[in-house]
Design a protein around this ligand. Structure first.
Ligand SMILES: NC(=O)c1ccc[n+]([C@@H]2O[C@H](COP(=O)([O-])OP(=O)(O)OC[C@H]3O[C@@H](n4cnc5c(N)ncnc54)[C@H](O)[C@@H]3O)[C@@H](O)[C@H]2O)c1
Length: 318
């Protein structure tokens, strides 16, 4: 019998898989404080993980732990050096969330391009005609989008952009030109140059030393005045203070953010008061379909791991 810690609740559909399998017993851990994780985790063979931090201090108490199954695809909350040294495997839900995130990007692009909720409030205020002509809106048709990072989500987004007849520039040094061309995109190798001509920018690369603050005041000020940036990847890829400044100085038109340098966002983050930015609380995967798929994949991955039939695409290469 394998004992599995479910760190933070996940959708019932995945938990049912554990309940129906006599070889697995799970326990839900809702208090994710470091002290509680250190106290509770040592008895488990595997765990599922949402956003809580598993640092080396916590992990050093988990002598039985063989596998961490992330409910998602990012893993910046896990100490990779520690798990590599201690032969703990890390799994991700590689097929579950790309569609929901790509749809979220599209929702943000359309919402900002079509006038936020401004038209709606004008109608409700009785200003059916008065201010409506002053609200600036855009078509997506024929516009240039820079997709930065062309993995699962970037590719799912490209399909949606194609159907809106957008021109796609793709920045991903690790994906070859043929793959990009086959998806209808054009490979670009100079990120800053591609930013200058983009009408839309959508961020889908991971947060690394190379991508940290890759969008900052220096390149924001060279962008088109009507450009729109969407970030559903990781907050620190964009320098938030620089973004706020660029929006206030009308250097770009708008931004949509699902992710932040610090989550939950601090009350004094200036972007909370900036009307040119559209915000969501790291919720791109919160559709009913995605929650169910992610939970099923998270638990199935643990079982497949212990039964030695785990799909390679679910394993993070350390
Ligand atoms: N908002 C959310 O709820 C949410 C949900 C899922 C994923 N994410 C985040 O979205 C990001 C992308 O997820 P994915 O599933 O598409 O990942 P992925 O691993 O499939 O794709 C990432 C791509 O980025 C490329 N890349 C790596 N370094 C790069 C660099 N320096 N410059 C340009 N490209 C680079 C890789 O070659 C890869 O093709 C991840 O950071 C993930 O954490 C957020």
């Amino acid at each position: 019998m394998y004992k599995i810690a479910v760190i933070e609740k996940i959708h019932e559909d995945g938990l049912k898989i554990f309940s129906q399998n006599p070889n697995y017993e799970y326990e839900l851990i809702e208090d994710t404080s470091k002290e509680n994780l250190i106290k509770e985790l040592p008895k488990f063979d595997g765990c599922t993980l949402r956003v809580s931090e598993l640092n080396s201090e916590v992990l050093s108490h988990c002598k039985k732990l063989k596998v961490i199954s992330r409910h998602g695809v990012g893993y910046d909350n896990v100490d990779l050096d520690y798990i590599k040294k201690n032969k703990i495997s890390l799994l991700i839900t590689a097929t579950a969330n790309a569609v929901s995130v790509a749809e979220h990007v599209f929702y943000m692009m359309l919402y900002i391009s079509k006038g936020f909720n401004k038209f709606d409030s004008e109608v409700r205020l009785g200003n059916f005609k008065k201010n409506s002509q002053k609200i600036k809106t855009f078509e997506l048709n024929n516009k240039e989008i820079l997709i930065a990072g062309f993995g699962r989500i970037g590719r799912a987004l490209s399909k949606r952009c194609s159907s809106f007849q957008m021109k796609m520039n793709i920045y991903d040094p690790y994906v070859d030109e043929k793959t990009i061309n086959n998806c209808g995109g054009r490979k670009v190798s100079d990120f800053n140059l591609a930013l200058k001509t983009a009408d839309y920018v959508s961020i889908h690369m991971p947060l690394t030393d190379k991508t940290n603050n890759i969008i900052n005041y220096d390149n924001l000020k060279k962008m088109k005045k009507n450009s729109i940036i969407i970030n559903t990847s990781r907050g620190s890829i964009i320098n938030e203070l620089d973004l706020d400044k660029a929006l206030n100085e009308n250097l770009i038109f708008g931004a949509g953010l699902d992710v932040f340098e610090k989550e939950p966002v601090d009350n004094n983050n200036p972007l909370l008061k900036n009307e040119k930015v559209f915000l969501s609380p790291h919720s791109a995967t919160f559709t009913e379909e995605c929650k169910s798929k992610m939970s099923i994949e998270t638990t199935k991955n643990i079982i497949d791991f212990f039964e030695k039939k785990i799909d390679k695409s679910m394993i993070v290469k350390l």
